[in-house]
Design a protein around this ligand. Structure first.
Ligand SMILES: [Fe+2]
Ligand SMILES: [Fe+2]
Length: 199
């Protein structure tokens, strides 16, 4: 798949989740939690594949000050988004700061996506040939299966540091997700002893 198509599909997935969150009422605590958990996962994976593959590849391919500046600004925007995500990760929707954090996150991500789709991607499409964009798309699709699923704002966001730290973080994240899923699964119902029956 073409790299730009893959990244735009991710943006659409996240925008749909933001819209879903915006429609939820103040008392929809469980649904808010579920939607935000998905946003955290989708954005963590998306930021990782851009930082590990897409941004370094375009910086290497196109030695252009304007693109360089756009990538550097993108990394800073990711950094801020990851901090907000890390604060939301594990926070109760009943916390009075929860909705405000999701609003600020939504505004930041919408701004960032707008810049990528209107400024960066058209430039990259023009400069990188179709075969290279397909190659990057395939690599990112593969990495999506093993990338970190939680935000790590203190970790390096450029190669080689992020490739090393990212691999370890992904293992921990995915083990943590599996553990949480296990705990959330309903325990089998125990049959109650009948009244009067002896233990
Ligand atoms: Fe993006
Ligand atoms: Fe990005």
């Amino acid at each position: 798949m073409n790299a730009i198509t893959l990244l735009k599909n991710d943006h659409k997935t996240v925008e749909d989740l933001f819209k879903r969150f915006e429609k939820l009422g103040p008392r929809a605590v469980k649904s808010k939690q579920d939607v935000v958990e998905r946003i955290i996962r989708e954005l963590s994976i998306h930021a990782a594949i851009e930082e590990m593959i897409f941004y370094p590849a375009i910086r290497q391919a196109v030695e252009d000050g304007e693109i360089e500046d756009m990538v550097l600004e993108s990394l800073e925007e990711h950094h801020i988004v990851k901090w907000v995500l890390s604060e939301l990760d594990g926070m109760s929707p009943e916390n009075e700061r929860f909705d405000a954090k999701v609003t600020v996150l939504t505004e930041n991500v919408r701004h960032h996506v707008e810049e990528e789709e209107h400024d960066l991607f058209p430039q990259v499409s023009k400069r990188l040939g179709r075969p290279r964009l397909d190659e990057l798309g395939e690599a990112m699709a593969r990495l999506k299966k093993t990338a970190p699923t939680h935000p790590h704002p203190r970790s390096p966001d450029e190669p080689p540091g992020n490739l090393v730290a990212g691999a370890g973080a992904a293992l921990v994240d995915r083990a943590r997700d599996a553990g949480r899923k296990l705990v959330q699964q309903k325990a089998p119902k125990m049959s109650r002893p009948k009244a009067g029956s002896r233990p």
